[in-house]
Ligand binder design. Sequence first.
Ligand code: SF4
Length: 231
Amino acid sequence: MGIPKWYTISVDEKQAQTSPPNESPSSAGAAEPVYVYEYDGGLYINLTSRCPTACEFCIKFSWDYMYRGNNLKLPQDPSVEQILAQTPADLSSYREVVFCGYGESTYRLAEMKTLAVAFRARGARKIRLNTVGLGNLINGRDIAPDLGTFVDTVSISLNTVDPVQYIKMMRPRPEFRDRALDSVKDFIRACVRSVPQTVVTGVELPGVDLSGVRAVAQSAGADYRTRPILD
Ligand code: SF4
């Protein structure tokens, strides 16, 4: 698939702004970045601020990397030890533990696995990964069998199956752009084979055919969920 004419340098600049490992927190203020935060009965793990996409609906741009009072903008990736130091000793009271911040956790596959083992030892009842689905391109191999050894659920943000709309909406990094959508669909099928539960999600946006997203999920054997847009 070629790159659409309207894919301008400004989009590449936006993408570049979304990978801030060496930046200090901006107007997120003096709040220290958090590696672990609670939401709706779950415990969320903020592994990285690196992202292979710059989704046009992402709230990190308008919320300046804040999420419900937590600064999720990481100047650099935290170590396993730093994350565990912020993690409660007993995780049995949480509905689930979720790898999810304003970045893509599959950049840190090995650390995720180490953490998942530690979380189980602390009583975690369920472990979920929220991902944009480009982990195979990031790691250069099929990572679904690995994920199946330590997560219970993978939730994959697909959002559209239209190739041109995918590029416009998700804004993948240049090195992934041409293969991104096909790779996400391959990843969905691989997760269904390897992970206990695979969920495909689509964000409610004008002009998006979510029935197509649902159809891809169902044909792969995955569950499907529509997500409301946050603003
Ligand atoms: S993958 Fe998630 S964190 Fe990254 S740009 Fe998209 S919505 Fe934002």
